[in-house]
Write a protein that binds this ligand. Structure first.
Ligand SMILES: [Zn+2]
Length: 193
């Protein structure tokens, strides 16, 4: 998979905003690495990252709250050749079977420092504007952002052809267009000044 025009437009938006000394943060629910490939730097991968694994054993340095290992540093060949529980890659420190470095449905955002949830909470309390792109508003992080930004009366937009944004005190304006076409147009207009 390659970054699409929405990933690229978000990078342009970040650069445009930084060039005028503004603050910008991209909080993504995606666990792929397409935002990084597109050049995003102010990126918070709040649901983790598919290119890393970690140890599930409490207290192990390769696991929560800070540790993880690059997936590329782990040998998956034996498992891929003959999938079995025994062939799964194990933690080099303690021998526990490694797990994906992503947030599972029954887990909490504050379980690992890499999710940077404290920073997201702080953004929710300080952002002057929130733009949601391609989200179904069905996860905890969107609930938090929508409620906190609305409580401060700041503008919010949802870019998605199908999304049904939650009703909150301050209108969350739906823009029913794909982010892949809308965001590049926004970028062009902003860069033109
Ligand atoms: Zn371990």
């Amino acid at each position: 998979m390659r970054p699409n025009s929405a990933h690229q437009a978000l990078t342009r938006l970040e650069r445009w905003q930084r060039a005028r000394s503004g603050d910008f943060r991209l909080v993504t629910q995606n666990i792929d690495t397409l935002h990084e490939q597109a050049g995003s730097e102010a990126l918070i991968k709040v649901h983790g990252s598919a290119d890393r694994v970690r140890c599930p054993r409490p207290g192990c340095e390769n696991g929560a709250p800070r540790g993880s290992i690059a997936r590329s540093a782990v040998d998956f060949a034996p498992f891929l050749a003959l999938p079995s529980l025994e062939a799964l890659p194990r933690c080099p420190l303690c021998g526990e079977i490694l797990r994906p470095h992503v947030l599972f449905f029954d887990e909490y955002y504050d379980e690992h420092g890499d999710y940077r949830f404290a920073e997201v909470r702080s953004l929710a309390g300080s952002a002057e504007m929130a733009i949601f792109a391609g989200t179904s508003f069905s996860v905890g992080v969107t609930d938090l952002l929508v409620e906190a930004v609305a409580a401060r009366g700041k503008p919010m937009f949802s870019i998605d052809p199908h999304a049904d944004p939650p009703r909150v005190r301050v209108p969350l304006t739906p823009i029913r267009e794909p982010a892949e076409t809308l965001l590049p147009r926004v970028g062009e207009i902003l860069e033109r000044g």
